[in-house]
Design a protein around this ligand. Structure first.
Ligand SMILES: [Zn+2]
Length: 317
């Protein structure tokens, strides 16, 4: 059963209406999605994509029954070796805890369960999995394809949720895969409630992954600038110089041999380099990190901002 009341039209933000068992339409008669095909329901999930303004093609999505066009197999011995080389996200674990603590502390005041939106939640790493295991948050997840972890199919450039409708947004290893990251971040800003939290992780010193669907990288400053409309609570490196070196080594061998698997196997002898991450010098290591994270809060309101501004406070006293 799909609760379409929580969504809105990704084009005009009007409420949606179930047309039949296979489609949803916009209630705005002037909207291109107000009649005709509307939005298809694929694999039990609504595909709330503004197809006219998205790289997601309706025909291809329907033909794939909402499934992914890229193989995303993650199991077996090889996956284990891959994890040994790539490491597990201890920093992500810690940040997930503080993200949840803050959300629940804020949500506790209103009494309602905080709603968390996972952007690009079709596949998640073990540390983000803990969000899915929590019963004290209301998790909503989408990706450009349907998976057992998603609730709807969508495009981050035009999110099918009303303004100020979620308490938290989790976006991990996604912004490098979107055409216009600043548009996606402004959509996150729009759907977040005032004071809501955003947590983002984006790679820096990592070679191309997911082939043609990998568009960009950010430095620490670039990532902070991307989230400039939020009040930064915390930001930093994910994986230091050792992790970056392992990535480079894997891709050194991949470039020479043409085999990603061989790249991983040939990088195995140096997997221990990532334990050097913790000994690296914070400043210089920040310039060579494998990736960055940012935790920020949406600005509560103009008035609370003015009140907390030291210059204004000084002028008033
Ligand atoms: Zn509409």
């Amino acid at each position: 059963v799909i609760d379409i009341d929580i969504f809105c039209c990704p084009r005009c933000h009007s409420p949606l209406r179930l047309q039949d068992a296979q489609s949803i339409v916009c209630t705005n008669g002037d909207c291109p999605y107000g009649s005709g095909e509307g939005f298809p329901i694929l694999d039990g999930q609504p595909a709330l994509v503004d197809f006219e303004r998205s790289v997601i093609r309706r025909e291809r999505l329907v033909a794939a029954h909402g499934g992914s066009e890229i193989s995303r197999e993650r199991s077996g011995l090889f996956h284990l070796l891959r994890r040994l080389v790539k490491g597990e996200g201890k920093i992500t674990d810690r940040n997930a805890e503080s993200f949840l603590d803050r959300l629940l502390a804020d949500g506790g005041k209103s009494g309602a369960q905080p709603r968390v939106l996972v952007v690009g939640g079709g596949t998640v790493r073990s540390c983000a999995r803990r969000l899915y295991d929590r019963l004290d948050i209301d998790l909503l997840s989408f990706d450009v394809y349907a998976s057992p972890l998603t609730n709807f199919i969508g495009d981050g450039h035009h999110i099918a949720l009303p303004d100020a409708s979620v308490d938290g947004v989790w976006i991990e290893a996604v912004l490098e895969h979107v055409l216009e990251p600043h548009v996606v971040v402004s959509e996150i800003h729009r759907v977040l409630k005032p004071g809501g939290l955003v947590y983002a992780e984006t790679p820096f010193m990592q070679q191309v992954h997911e082939g043609a669907y990998d568009f960009t990288r950010f430095t620490h400053s670039g990532h902070r600038w991307l989230f400039r409309r939020f009040e930064e609570t915390d930001s930093g490196a994910l994986g230091g110089v050792g992790t970056a070196m392992i990535w480079s080594t894997r891709h050194f061998w991949y470039g020479l041999t043409g085999s990603r698997r061989l790249g991983i196997i040939l990088a195995l002898p140096i997997f221990w380099l990532r334990f050097l991450d913790r000994f690296s010098r914070p400043g210089p290591a920040l310039d060579a990190a494998s990736g960055y994270y940012s935790l920020g809060a949406g600005v509560k309101s103009l008035s609370s901002r003015i009140r907390s501004s030291p210059t204004i406070a000084a002028a008033n006293s």
